[in-house]
Ligand binder design. Structure first.
Ligand code: GLC
Length: 466
């Protein structure tokens, strides 16, 4: 196996294909991004503010750690969720069905900025900026406040209230309600003292607090649903099921969505499903058992891999991944998910490394996949470094930076496990039953933002894989 320094040089050279890949993305004509778009109210929370919230709700350490369900019934639960994610350095999203929780957040949390959110929204902006021909963004609510968060470009379109297709940023469905999710981000190394104990945030991450009556019920825009059937999209990027619950007919809504999605997909369409962090077990099971087998491609992060294994009856493997969330275990995890769902392609985006496993006859060649993943890794690092990517040149901001040590360590461990040095050097391993593509990524030390990075990675990886 080459040394880390040699591998860094090899990968720096290999990443040089990125600007050319970005240019080619305009060959993609139509992409559908559905279902969830919303407004993200993003705030970076500092230790002093977190302490203030804990005092405001008069919570002891014991209260803070007493979490019975990952759900928001009051402001107290919001504080508990933030504290848990801050002290463990993890990402979670908790939902609320009570408008009072929303009012509490308006009053007590505030925000630094608003940006487009939801997998559908994030993906539309990312692909739009990259230069895809046209992206149809599904929005079940599109008041001005939300619409103007879409990039100010003509290639990202949606429907006005009469059913006309228009640039999404120009739409104003005045009577629609704004769907706001709070994205509460925190930085690695930040500390708070509570009852004589110190809590240090181990990894920059975020907690999402969501009140969103439309996306929680998978409400669809009827104009969009009908008109997409004649668009022959090259790709359908699907997500937004993670917020459904059994109490709100989650699994039935998934069943009902299936024919709608199938009506959009034509022969050549590649359907990518982003699993997303799904708390409700029955809904998670339905996503994996009903939707995943119809998709061409699945996307997930470390947590979502573990969660998927749990509902697929693979508790032992889930436990291994949980105990040691590294490339070898997670590789075994996504391979198992691939086998069980029979999906032709699966992509894991983990910290420092992306891994794709795909069928030998998959429509996209391994080399093209690698190029797409490199563009995605560059865009994700640029977004983390700049806070947002609003112009095409922003995507290339991190071009020329070396891949991370963490990523190379994960990659070489995987290559050693597979007994394939070639994987560490070229990122591709041709196996008997499938091909593996693994890419070490560029990591930004103090990311300005993290939300939506997974969606950006999954969508750009597959759409620019050419
Ligand atoms: C979830 C959140 C949304 C956020 C998105 C980013 O869908 O609900 O607010 O923008 O994840 O991945």
């Amino acid at each position: 196996m080459p040394s880390t320094n040699d591998l860094k040089k090899i990968w720096l050279e290999s990443y040089k294909s990125v600007p050319a890949t970005l240019k080619r993305i305009k060959e993609v004509k139509n992409v559908v991004a559905a279902f969830n778009t919303n407004i993200d109210a993003v705030i970076k929370i500092k230790p002093a503010k977190l302490l203030k919230l804990i005092e405001l709700e008069d919570l002891s350490l014991e209260d803070l750690q007493d979490i019975r369900e990952a759900k928001l019934n009051s402001g107290v639960d919001v504080v508990k969720g933030i504290f848990r994610c801050f002290s463990e350095g993890i990402a979670e999203e908790w939902l609320s069905e009570d408008v009072k929780v929303y009012d509490w957040m308006v009053e007590n949390i505030g925000y630094d900025r608003l940006q487009i959110g939801g997998q559908g929204g994030v993906v539309s902006n990312a692909l739009g900026v990259a230069g895809v021909g046209k992206i149809f963004a599904h929005s079940n609510s599109l008041p001005k406040l939300q619409a103007e968060l879409f990039v100010k470009q003509k290639n990202v379109v949606s429907f006005d209230k009469k059913g006309n297709i228009m640039p999404a940023y120009q739409i104003d469905r005045e009577t629609d309600i704004p769907l706001i999710h709070w994205i509460i981000e925190f930085d690695r190394g930040d500390k708070i003292m509570l009852e004589g104990r110190e809590f240090v945030c181990p990894k920059s991450n975020r907690f999402i607090a969501t009140y969103d009556p439309l996306n929680l019920n998978l409400v669809m825009d009827s104009h969009f649903v009908k008109k997409m059937a004649s668009k022959k999209p090259d790709y359908v990027f699907l997500s937004g099921f993670h917020a459904l619950t059994e109490d709100h007919r989650g699994a039935d809504l998934i069943d009902e969505a299936l024919p709608v999605i199938q009506s959009w997909c034509k022969d050549k369409t590649i359907l990518h499903l982003e699993i997303a962090s799904t708390q409700d077990l029955k809904v998670r099971k339905a996503i994996l058992e009903i939707l995943a087998p119809t998709a061409d491609s699945l996307g997930c992060n470390e947590r979502e891999t573990i969660d998927a294994l749990e509902v697929l009856g693979e508790k032992a493997l889930a436990k291994d991944c949980e105990a040691s969330p590294h490339s070898v275990n997670l590789f075994k995890g996504i391979l198992k998910i691939k086998e069980k769902t029979k999906v032709p392609r699966i992509q894991l985006h983990m910290f420092g490394l992306y891994i794709v496993i795909q069928n030998k006859d998959f429509k996209v060649l391994p080399e093209a996949n690698l190029r797409g993943m490199q563009l995605a890794a560059t865009a994700a690092a640029s977004k983390a470094g700049l806070g947002s990517i609003n112009k095409k040149k922003d995507i290339l901001w991190s071009c020329g930076k070396e891949v991370s040590d963490i990523g190379l360590k994960e990659l070489t461990e995987l290559a050693t496990f597979l007994n394939c040095d070639q994987l560490a050097k070229t990122g591709i391993a041709f196996c008997k039953d499938y091909d593996i593509i693994a890419l070490p990524t560029i990591l930004i030390d103090k990311p300005l933002t993290l939300v939506g990075l997974g969606d950006t990675i999954s969508s750009l990886s597959i759409v620019s894989a050419r």
